[in-house]
Design a protein around this ligand. Structure first.
Ligand code: ASP
Length: 454
């Protein structure tokens, strides 16, 4: 049995957190490949090391460019490059000291300082967060450290090179009992460091899990799994025990975040489950993300998520469904204006297009004119300040009356439903409501399916 374990920033933000992670790793010999993030926040208003590195690099480039000396920067009230780098070093030194390690990062910081000055790049700068944390983790666990730059690859354009990575990584890790591979970055063919997007250590973990054909990818964070809904909207929502990749995609797309969206793909292709766990509460089982399961969900719905601030454009024309190419011509108008479409329910003589309000607003008149030119509609209506809510659940397919219950719950909560769309997979129902009804709607749906537990 092989497990890949990834620890998020808050799980490695201090020596104390490192110790918790260490206990988790040592508890099971199967936890063989460890992917650390950079130190995250230790308390609410703390700054993540990755953000400190970005600011520090910005300052290094500025000082370098202006040939300003550090005293000038300090005099202008800004923190100098040296001060910013010193604060980062301090974060790591505190962890090392707290763990009682004899490791020194002096030389590493000397190299980083030089590389910042010779403008090694923003990605290089950010990547040092995980790199240094990886060095500490390897020293702490007394195991091998493998620089992600040697095993995770990107192409010239900065796109992840799955083929090369999988082959190299698989070979490199063969026969190694335990190793630390820092998350978030890799290298391009010219040796330049490239990072994934923010939160990308999740992706590294998934890539490693695929390369070693792991039995499980454990993703340790600071919540006890994926929640049925947003805790900012519903107080103390329940944890989802098991969720399928498809359900997770639907919920993440709608804004629910615990895991980086792209982290699903490498393991999904291999059928490797992901287990979201809580470093601060290792006894809870967390959420298991799987390809498919016979396990009945605890509730009919798996999750509810949503986003605000959409605009809708309804196009009405008699007999539009018999006009060949009607939808295509409407959609081309959005394409020409470079607006992505979020959702598109349709009726007999109407089609409605949901778009992000901020993206649409500045181009609205061009879009209206374009639609008139393209299809000469009988009527065109715009609405704004709309929210979309996705009710997701593999259990809905086998259950009658789910939509009925949703809509009676919304009616009781005095929420006017603007739009309903059930995906053909019967995995989700999308509901459009006014922005100001969003919270009440999510709460009502949660209550009817989860609180009443029917
Ligand atoms: N440290 C990086 C970030 O803050 C990557 C990660 O933590 O996954 O985005």
């Amino acid at each position: 049995m092989k497990k890949v374990v990834k620890f998020g920033g808050s799980s490695l933000a201090s020596a104390e957190q490192f110790e918790k992670a260490g206990r988790i790793i040592r508890k099971e010999a199967e936890r063989r490949y460890i992917i650390p993030s950079a130190p995250g926040k230790r308390y609410k208003d703390d700054t993540k090391v990755t953000d400190m590195l970005y600011s520090c690099y910005r300052q290094a480039v500025r000082e370098n460019y202006m040939e300003e000396d550090t005293e000038d920067a300090e005099a202008s009230g800004e923190q100098s490059f040296s001060a910013l780098l010193g604060a980062i070093k301090e974060r790591y030194d505190r962890i090392i000291e707290g763990l009682g390690l004899s490791l020194s990062l002096e030389d590493e910081f000397k190299k980083i300082r030089e590389n910042f000055y010779r403008k090694a790049g923003r990605d290089y700068a950010a990547s040092r967060g995980e790199y240094l944390n990886g060095l500490i983790m390897a020293a702490y666990l007394k195991c091998e450290f493998i620089d992600a730059a040697d095993v995770i690859f990107f192409d010239e354009e900065g796109n992840f090179d799955a083929g090369k990575t999988d082959e190299t990584l698989g070979k490199r890790l063969e026969g190694i009992e335990r190793a630390v591979i820092p998350g978030f970055y890799g290298s391009a063919p010219d040796g330049r460091i490239v990072t994934f997007s923010r939160g990308g250590s999740d992706i590294t973990g998934s890539i490693v899990a695929k390369a070693v054909h792991a039995d499980l990818y454990e993703n340790w964070t600071d919540v006890s799994g994926f929640l049925v809904t947003d805790p900012h909207v519903v107080k103390n929502p329940k944890v989802i025990d098991v969720i399928t990749y498809r359900e997770l995609r639907e919920l993440s797309y709608m804004g629910a975040t615990v895991l980086h969206e792209d982290a699903i793909f490498p393991v999904r292709g291999e059928g490797i489950p992901i287990n979201i766990r809580n470093t601060n509460s290792p006894e809870s089982k967390g959420t298991l993300i799987v390809e498919a399961t016979c396990q009945k969900p605890r509730f009919i719905i798996t999750g509810v998520a949503g986003k605000k601030d959409f605009a809708s454009i309804t196009v009405e024309k008699a007999m539009m469904n018999s006009e060949v190419g009607f939808c295509k011509r409407v959609l081309e108008v959005f394409e020409e204006n470079n607006i992505s479409i979020e959702h598109m329910p349709s009726g007999i003589d109407t089609m409605t297009i949901f778009v992000h309000q901020d993206e649409f607003q500045e181009k609205e008149q061009k879009v209206i004119a374009g639609i008139h030119r393209a299809v000469a509609p009988d009527f065109l209506e715009l609405e704004s300040d709309l929210a979309l809510i996705a009710v997701v659940g593999r259990g809905m397919k086998a259950t009658r009356g789910t939509s009925g219950r949703i809509f009676s719950a919304l009616a009781h909560a005095n929420v006017n439903v603007k739009m309903i769309d059930q995906g053909s997979s019967e995995l989700n129902i999308i509901i459009g409501v006014r922005n100001h009804d969003f919270e009440a709607a999510v709460q009502a749906i949660y209550d009817i399916f989860v609180k009443t537990q029917v």
